[in-house]
Write a protein that binds this ligand. Sequence first.
Ligand code: SF4
Ligand code: SF4
Length: 362
Amino acid sequence: MQYRDFGNTGVKVSRLGFGGMRLPTENPDYAIELLREGFRLGINYVDTALYYLDGQSEVLIGKALKGFRDKVYVATKNPIEDASGANWRRRLETSLKKLDLDYIDFYHMWAINWEKYTKLIDVKNGPMEEAFKAKEEGLIRHISFSFHDTPENLIKLIDTGNFETMLVQYNLLDRSNEEGIAYAKSKGLGVAVMGPVGGGRLAAPSEEIKRLIPQGTKSSAEMAFRFVFSNPNVDVALSGMSNLEMLRENVRIASMEEPLSQEEKDTLEEILREKQRLANLYCTGCNYCMPCPNGVDIPRNFTAMNYYRVYDLLDTAKDAYNKLKNEQKAAESCIQCYQCEPKCPQKIEIVRQLEEVAKALA
Ligand code: SF4
Ligand code: SF4
């Protein structure tokens, strides 16, 4: 197992972190043994959240930690449900109880964005004040955040100076946080990433993804991991593992001293650049066509389609489309008013393209 300094926290973390969102809850004994085998194989960072697996994840991890507490760092997350510091504290106490711990190593403000931070977190008697108090009391060691927002707002959150580590999405297909990750590193934050294999989607069989795989690499999942590990600004990548085979394979990859050679990196970058160029032919994501009076999120529909068109990942594309559909922003909501088309600098036939998206993914 390889280890990295986790920002300025003074902690050395294993490059592979155990994500607690896919533990096999139907077999708790196996789940506990799986976690322990991970700890024995050198994983020293385990990540969970108050509501993962209907609240079972923290309980299972708490049990697995017996006998390993001094070797493993525990990260969990507090959902920011309101601006009340007292409620935030209650949720912290619930997590401590479920984990059966006296303290949490990395305690996250869960899935925050800039709006949440300014309106619910950094307010009088709010969660931020309560987090500093809890740290002083020794209930948490480090204050962290997990994040879903724009790259610009990631920089703003880092610049608040209130956080020691962060957890963000990062993988081959979604590099939107790459600059933010480098910035966090330069500011001394520890960087954890989630979704290194795109929630398993990059492991899907795809001829286009297979083209990215360097010689000697067993699978697209391995290649996706090696890509993430080859970024020196990433300290730990989380994987939600549900069986021993997956665990051992991921540990093998996280033990490589050089995840990608410079030559492999250059080849991969070249192919990815070409993919991005192809994706941009369809839509650069500039947003000039927005807003749509009927709520269609035009660029996100095209991004979903590009997973299919450019990367041959139909399931990923359908997942992304279904998400849009649930938010009533999908292509099929287009009423063909043609307000958007004249605004597109790429001269994309938006209406016709949206029809194609709906036909392929709805
Ligand atoms: S043509 Fe469709 S996508 Fe474009 S603005 Fe009108 S409803 Fe929205
Ligand atoms: S204006 Fe054109 S290129 Fe820009 S987001 Fe809309 S469709 Fe894509």
